[in-house]
Write a protein of this length. Structure first.
Length: 149
């Protein structure tokens, strides 16, 4: 399971002209479920993201996690996070989980993240989404539950 985690001033997901999820400040997470992922990956990544210290404290150091900073998390399913573009010019998505399996693990991830005490907003799995965000920093962190990077 892979995630692109962005610290945001605000973020929102629009589907067919209507907002289905938004946060005022916190994290925007693009989540890509891999074909070999399981429930342990969801728990690991949810805990990692929840406790990721990328918010500024009183001394202007990145020392606070999203809850300490009073933020929320918007999770957007994005199978393209599993893309492999090492060969040629067209990315391969072979590592991405099939949609029926990915939606289950996406929901398990969001539920696991909520259980850590953070408010979670969700995109609309499988739909074409327009995502708007104001990246604060910019701070963008890449995470992988298998720790390949």
């Amino acid at each position: 399971m892979r995630a692109v985690v962005q610290r945001v001033g605000r973020a929102a997901v629009d589907v067919e002209g209507g907002v289905c999820g938004s946060v005022e400040s916190g994290l925007l997470v693009y989540l890509g479920v891999g074909s070999d992922d399981g429930e342990a990956d969801t728990v690991y990544l949810a805990d990692k993201i929840r406790h990721l210290r990328i918010f500024r404290d009183e001394a202007d150091r990145m020392n606070l996690d999203v809850v300490q900073a009073g933020g929320e998390v918007l999770v957007v399913s994005a199978f393209t996070v599993q893309a492999d573009a090492r060969k040629g010019r067209r990315p391969s998505f072979e590592a991405a989980a099939p949609q029926d399996r990915a939606v289950v693990l996406y929901e398990l991830f969001c539920d696991a993240l909520e259980r850590t005490g953070v408010h979670v907003e969700r995109g609309s799995f499988g739909d074409v989404m327009n995502v708007q965000s104001v990246n604060a920093g910019p701070i963008c962190i890449l995470l992988d539950s298998q720790r390949v990077f």
